[in-house]
Design a protein around this ligand. Structure first.
Ligand code: KG4
Ligand code: ZN
Length: 328
């Protein structure tokens, strides 16, 4: 049984996992604290983590009906993320581990997003191709072993979630942008506006989203407030479609380039219903298995950190006291 912590961005997360089973998964979202700024303010995030981490850990242990004494190890995200935010989780994990006489397992947040696929229901086993799209990262990874992945392609500028967050701000839809765009897009026509699908002719597996955001900024700039209100849903639907198009076309290209029999989607953007449906159709056409991680395990959480920790080296006391968080 592992107690896992993640404080890499603006969610304060703790979970208890046992193998592929999630015994508890507590997420205290700070979205309300950051909404007025239209994005995450690092110092605000750190301060909230300090206040929230102990009650969130207590809640995770209580929900799993266990105690610190009964867990085998403590896992924590040490990289990448906001440095001050990571520091809160790492310091807390060290203190808990030292006080309870438990070992510590440092985990890379992105490996955590991949490892969400190892959780119930219907856990996936390597080898598989993973598409991870979040607020900070967008990448395609070849997963042959559970303790690492091979980077096949990544974004050259903005992450997919970052593009959705910026688009939501331009459209006056609030933060976090991905879910807001998805809601607004439900009433819109995805073919109403023709946004560029970047990198479509580029044979590599890299992504680019910054041009898409600039294209939206130009369209919005030329619209009156009234015209923007009238076409907001169409803009949201068309923008979301362009983001999903790029993700799915690169996923298709990665499938062409390898001999993968399974695909996993992860990261906050993988909670998107349009992306899930489009990836579902692609995988059905190609005859490959698609593992759709539960939406609450796509966005940041600590259960995925526990899932990754199962297969990572364990540091005994006092070795982990030297551990520092790393931003990148
Ligand atoms: O994985 P995550 O929770 O945090 C990072 O590691 O970045 O991803 C957050 C990102 C945000 O950009 C958010 O707008 C996006 O995931 N997101 C979504 C949805 N839910 C969250 N994007 C599209 N559709 C969603 N339903
Ligand atoms: Zn994340």
């Amino acid at each position: 049984m592992i107690l896992a912590l993640d404080t890499s961005c603006d969610d304060t997360c703790a979970a208890v996992t046992a193998g592929s089973t999630v015994l508890s998964n507590v997420i205290s979202s700070q979205a309300a604290a950051h909404e007025r700024y239209g994005g995450v303010v690092p110092e605000v995030a750190s301060r909230h983590h300090v206040e929230l981490i102990n009650p969130v850990v207590d809640a995770a242990l209580a929900e799993a009906d266990t105690t610190l004494d009964d867990v085998d190890a403590i896992a924590v995200t040490t990289r990448p993320g906001l440095i001050g935010a990571l520091l809160v989780g790492v310091s807390t994990a060290k203190a808990l581990a030292a006080a309870a006489g438990k070992p510590l397992i440092p985990v890379d947040h992105l490996l955590g997003h991949v490892a969400a696929a190892y959780l119930e229901p219907e856990p996936l086993r390597p080898p598989f191709l993973a598409l991870i799209a979040s607020g900070g990262h967008t990448l395609l990874a070849g997963v042959e072993d559970r303790d690492r992945y091979e980077l096949l392609g990544q974004t050259l500028d903005d992450a997919a979630g970052e593009a959705l967050d910026k688009a939501a701000r331009l459209l006056g839809l609030g933060y976090p942008g991905g879910p807001a765009i998805q809601r607004c897009a439900a009433d819109g026509d995805p073919s109403a506006f023709d946004f560029p699908v970047a990198m479509s002719r580029d044979p590599r597996l890299d992504f680019s989203f910054s041009g898409l955001k600039t294209a939206l900024a130009y369209v919005v700039r030329d619209l009156s407030d009234q015209a923007l209100a009238a076409s907001r849903a169409d803009l949201a639907a068309s923008f979301q479609e362009a983001v999903v198009d790029q993700l799915v076309s690169k996923l298709a290209r990665a499938l062409d380039a390898g001999s993968w029999e399974a695909v996993a989607l992860g990261g906050g953007v993988a909670a998107n219903t349009s992306l899930r449906a489009r990836a579902g159709r692609l995988c059905e056409e190609r005859g490959v298995r698609l593992k759709l991680v539960e939406p609450e395990l796509c966005t940041d959480n600590a259960a995925m950190i526990g899932a990754a920790a199962e297969y990572l080296p364990v540091l005994p006391f006092p070795d982990y006291l030297e551990l520092d968080p790393i931003a990148r």
